[in-house]
Structures are given as structure tokens and as C-alpha cells.
Design a protein around this ligand. Structure first.
Ligand code: MTE
Ligand code: MO
Length: 221
């Protein structure tokens, strides 16, 4: 019995050793070669003495794969409980005051990435349309049909940004070009990528794509 157990154990060990080898060796800085390969040309790797992770994650889990957005036909709608529904083009968003934030994305699958984001305040975009007094929830819609939501107050209090740049480069398609919601302190599924509609709502119970499939909506604020 013990022999069989040892045998299974060594198979498991060999399997993991091979798995590690295939994801690359780790150099003295603690960066594996697999991680190294994910950095893009001209991407910055350090900010104020803190090492930045590549702005492309280890593997894509998007519900419909990576989206390629045509920026010439792209519009960002601000809809729902607003005084004046709005449609912004890419340049309209970039013309708003910009903010930089160093924030870590944590995916429920167990990986994380610390990236220097640059973008505009979500509340500045919402203010252009004017939130109705009844609005308490913001629902993000994306070109791939993905949706997720957050309390309006949280977005305002945290000065949350809609980012168009990561580690000093335009967002790569894998990260949501043209825009990603940098949902700081929230798990990865709250970070809507390829956002094309920001809907103001009074439905606090709204559940987005992953929330309606069992991921908690009641995550730490
Ligand atoms: N439009 C859109 N945004 C999305 C997703 C998606 O499938 N579509 N996946 C979410 C999840 S679960 C995570 S962890 C982050 C990062 O996704 P990635 O693991 O595919 O890089 O994007 C989030 N935003
Ligand atoms: Mo995720």
C-alpha cells in the first residue's frame, strides 16, 4: 500500500516539476521567463521602486475571447437614469482630466498583477450625462456581452478610473482596449474590459455575467 502511495506521489512530483519547467525558469529578480515574455515593447516595468507586472495576464479567460475594437466606429454610451444620455468617442474620453493609479488586479483564479493605470474618473464621465437622483448602481456593458455592476457611491468615493493606458502604453486588446474599469479593491470580474456602455440604474440587486453565475456581489468595498 505504502509502495503504491510513494509511486503515485513521485508521479505527481514529476508532473509538477515538468509543469514548472514548461512555464519557465525563475531568474534572480523572481520573474519567470513566461512572465518576461508577456511584457510588451516599451512597457515600463518599475514605478517608484515597485516592480510592475506585465499588463497582459497569464491566460485569457474572457467569455468570448479577446475583442478587437475598431476605434473609428467605437462609441461609449452613458445611459439609463441620467438627465441627458450621452455618446462619447474615444477622443472625447481622452480629453477629460487624466489620473494615474498603481493598482493590483486580483483574479479569483489565483493570479494578480500590479499595473500603473492611467485614465479618467468614472464620475467625470457620469457627470457629463448627469446622474438622476434615483440612480444608485452603475452597470457596465461590454462589446462581448459581458456585464458587471458596482454601487454608484463606491465609484465616486474611490475616485475610480476608466483606464486607457497600462504601464505607460495604450491598453493592449487583451486588457480591454479602448477602456477597462479599474475596479480597485474588487476582484477581477468587476474589471469590465472593452466597455461600451455605462448604465445608471436604481436596481441594487442587479447581477452581472459572473455574479449571476455564483460569484459574490457582496465583496469588500
Ligand atoms: N468584457 C469582459 N470583461 C471582463 C471579462 C470578460 O470575460 N469580458 N472577464 C473578467 C475577469 S473574470 C477577469 S479576472 C478580468 C481579467 O481577465 P483575464 O483573466 O481574461 O485577463 O477581466 C474581467 N473583465
Ligand atoms: Mo476572473
Amino acid at each position: 500500500m505504502r509502495k503504491v502511495f510513494c509511486c503515485i506521489l513521485s508521479f505527481v512530483c514529476i508532473f509538477f516539476l515538468n509543469a514548472c519547467r514548461s512555464t519557465g525558469t525563475t531568474d534572480t529578480d523572481g520573474i519567470s521567463s513566461a512572465t518576461e515574455e508577456r511584457y510588451q515593447e516599451l512597457e515600463i516595468r518599475e514605478y517608484n521602486g515597485i516592480r510592475l507586472d506585465p499588463s497582459i495576464g497569464p491566460r485569457d479567460n474572457s467569455i468570448q475571447g479577446i475583442q478587437e475594437v475598431d476605434i473609428n466606429s467605437y462609441v461609449l454610451k452613458v445611459s439609463g437614469l441620467v438627465e441627458k444620455p450621452d455618446s462619447l468617442r474615444y477622443e472625447d474620453v481622452l480629453a477629460l482630466p487624466s489620473y494615474e493609479k498603481l493598482i493590483t488586479l486580483y483574479c479569483v483564479e489565483g493570479w494578480e498583477a500590479t499595473v500603473l493605470w492611467k485614465g479618467v474618473l468614472l464620475k467625470d464621465i457620469i457627470d457629463l450625462a448627469g446622474a438622476d437622483g434615483k440612480a444608485n448602481t452603475v452597470i457596465f456593458h461590454s462589446v462581448d456581452g459581458y456585464t458587471t455592476s458596482q454601487p454608484l457611491q463606491n465609484i465616486i468615493d474611490k475616485n475610480m478610473i476608466l483606464a486607457y493606458s497600462a504601464n505607460k502604453l495604450d491598453l493592449p486588446p487583451a486588457l480591454g482596449y479602448p477602456f477597462i474599469v479599474v475596479a480597485e479593491d474588487k476582484p477581477g470580474y468587476k474589471w469590465a474590459r472593452w466597455v461600451n456602455e455605462i448604465e445608471l440604474s436604481d436596481n441594487e440587486e442587479y447581477e452581472g455575467y459572473w455574479e449571476s453565475r455564483g460569484y459574490s456581489d457582496q465583496v469588500e468595498e
